[in-house]
Design a protein around this ligand. Structure first.
Ligand SMILES: Cc1cc2nc3c(=O)[nH]c(=O)nc-3n(C[C@H](O)[C@H](O)[C@H](O)COP(=O)(O)OP(=O)(O)OC[C@H]3O[C@@H](n4cnc5c(N)ncnc54)[C@H](O)[C@@H]3O)c2cc1C
Length: 406
C-alpha cells in the first residue's frame, strides 16, 4: 500500500540509495548487480532466508539468461552443477517425437532448480558482496514513490516496531502477491488472460523417467515431465481449474501420467513419493507501465506468465539485469537513459513471451478441448513441428528465447 510520508514520526530513519522489495530471483539479482557496481541497497523480504532458499518452483533457464548471470559473476555454481538439455520430446497420437533443438540451433537449456539459484544469489548478495537484507519483515509499505524522497517502511520482526528507510529508488520485486504492484493499482493498466485450465503441479521423489522434458498432448489432457535433478522430478497434469489436490491420490496421479505420457517405445515412468501436489490455475497478466515515479517493477510483480512456457524466471532475470544496470548508471553517472527506457524495452519481450505461452497452450491443451475441430488443428500444429524446418526453427527460437531482437 502507498502511504503519506512517515518521516515526521520516525526519528530513526535509515537511508539507502535503493530499496529492493522481495528476495526472489528478480530482487536478489538487482541487489547483486547494484552491489557489484558499488551501490548500497537494502533488500526487504517477508519470508525467512531458509524459506526462500528451499522454495521449489522453476527449473528451466534459457541460455541468454545463463549468459547474463555469467557476465555478472552469478553463474558459478549453475555452470558447474546444472544439467544441459539439448532436446525435448512431444508425445502425441501414440508416438514419441524428439525435438533436438541443439542440433537445429546450437543452443541449449539449463536445468537448475530455482531454490538452488536463489541460494546462490542470497549468498553472493549478502555474504560475498556485503548487501544489506532483512528477512521476515512484516507489513511493508511504500511512501510517496512519485516524489524525490520516496521511502519504504516495514515492521521489524524482532522489535515489532515500524522502521522507515528513505531511498532514491524502489525496486518492486515482490512477486505476484506483493505490495508494490498493489500500491500503484489505481494507475496501472493490468491486462489479464485466464486459460480456464488447471495444472496439478507435482514434485516426485524419483529420478526423471527420461533425460529430457516431455510434453504429453493427449485427448484426456496435457501431462508433462520436467527433470529437476537426480532425485526429484517435476510432473504436471492438466485438471479442472480450482480442483482439489486431495482428488489426486498417489495411484490416480501415476495412472494418469502413464496414460497421458504413454507412447510406443517409451521408457516406463520412474515412480516415487509425491512431495508436492498443488493446483495452479493457468493465467497470465501484464502490468503497464512497469515504472511509476521512482518505483520500478520487475519479474512477477510486473507480469506473470503461466508455467506453460516455463518463462517466468527467465523474464524476472532479464528485467533484473536491465533494472540493476539502469539504476547503477543513474546513481553513479547521472545517466537516466536506461531507467527511461526500462519499461518499454522489458515489455516488448514480455508480450512476445505471453503470445508464445498462448500459442503453446493450444498445442498442449487443444487435443483435450472436447472439440474435434480444435483437436484436428492441434494435431496439424504438432505434426508441422516435425515436417517443416521453418516451423521447427520458429518454435526453437521462441522456446529457447534466442531471438536477436524483441
Ligand atoms: C510450479 C511452478 C513452476 C515454474 N516453472 C518455471 C520454469 O521452469 N521456468 C521459468 O522461467 N519459470 C517458471 N516458473 C515461474 C517462476 O517461478 C517465477 O516467474 C519466478 O519465481 C519469478 O521471480 P520473482 O523474483 O519475480 O518473484 P518471486 O520468486 O515470487 O519472489 C518474490 C519474493 O518477494 C517476497 N515478497 C512477497 N511479498 C512481499 C512483501 N510484501 N514484502 C517483501 N517481500 C515480499 C516473496 O516472499 C518472494 O520471496 C514456475 C512457477 C511455478 C509456480
Amino acid at each position: 500500500m502507498t502511504d503519506a510520508s512517515p518521516h515526521a514520526n520516525s526519528p530513526a530513519t535509515q537511508r539507502f540509495p535503493v530499496v529492493v522489495v522481495g528476495a526472489g530471483p528478480a530482487g536478489l539479482t538487482v541487489g547483486c548487480v547494484l552491489r557489484a557496481a558499488g551501490v548500497d541497497c537494502l533488500v526487504l523480504e517477508t519470508e525467512t532466508r531458509e524459506f526462500v532458499e528451499r522454495l521449489p518452483r522453476a527449473g528451466v533457464i534459457e541460455e541468454p539468461a545463463v549468459r547474463g548471470l555469467e557476465r555478472r559473476g552469478l553463474a558459478g555454481n549453475l555452470l558447474e552443477r546444472a544439467q544441459r538439455h539439448t532436446a525435448c520430446e512431444f508425445r502425441f497420437d501414440g508416438g514419441r517425437h524428439r525435438f533436438a533443438y541443439e542440433e537445429l540451433t546450437g543452443r541449449r537449456h539449463w536445468v537448475y532448480p530455482q531454490q538452488f539459484l536463489v541460494t546462490d544469489l542470497v549468498r553472493e548478495y549478502a555474504d560475498v558482496r556485503g548487501g544489506a537484507v532483512r528477512f521476515g519483515v512484516r507489513d511493508v509499505r511504500l511512501h510517496e514513490p512519485d516524489s524525490d524522497r520516496p521511502s519504504v517502511s516495514y515492521v521489524c520482526p524482532e522489535s515489532g516496531r515500524r522502521e522507515v528507510v528513505a531511498c532514491e529508488f524502489v525496486a518492486g520485486c515482490d512477486g505476484s502477491r506483493g505490495v508494490t504492484r498493489a500500491s500503484v493499482a489505481e494507475r496501472a493498466a493490468v491486462a489479464r488472460h485466464d486459460y480456464g485450465i488447471g495444472w496439478l503441479a507435482l514434485l516426485a521423489e524419483a529420478p526423471p523417467s527420461a533425460d529430457r522434458v516431455l510434453f504429453g498432448c493427449h485427448p484426456d489432457g496435457f501431462a508433462g515431465q520436467m527433470p529437476r535433478g537426480p532425485e526429484v522430478t517435476r510432473y504436471y497434469l492438466q485438471c479442472p481449474p480450482g480442483d482439489d489436490p486431495g482428488n489426486w491420490p498417489h495411484e490416480r496421479v501415476w495412472t494418469e501420467l502413464r496414460r497421458r505420457l504413454g507412447a510406443a517405445g517409451a521408457e516406463p515412468l520412474t515412480e516415487g513419493r509425491l512431495i508436492e501436489k498443488r493446483v495452479l490455475d493457468m493465467h497470465d497478466y501484464v502490468t503497464e507501465p512497469m515504472a511509476f515515479g521512482r518505483l520500478y517493477l520487475a519479474g512477477d510483480a510486473a507480469h506473470l506468465v503461466a508455467p506453460i512456457a516455463a518463462k517466468g524466471l527467465n523474464l524476472a532475470l532479464y528485467d533484473a539485469f536491465a533494472l540493476g544496470d539502469a539504476l547503477a548508471a543513474r546513481l553513479l553517472k547521472g545517466d537516466g537513459t536506461g531507467l527511461d527506457g526500462y519499461s518499454a524495452s522489458c515489455l516488448r519481450r514480455v508480450w512476445d513471451y505471453q503470445e508464445f505461452s498462448q500459442w503453446l497452450s493450444e498445442l498442449y491443451h487443444g487435443s483435450a478441448a472436447g472439440d474435434p475441430f480444435r483437436a484436428g488443428t492441434t494435431l496439424a500444429r504438432l505434426r508441422r513441428l516435425f515436417s517443416s524446418p521453418a516451423a521447427a526453427a520458429a518454435f526453437a527460437e521462441r522456446y529457447l528465447g534466442t531471438a536477436e531482437r524483441y
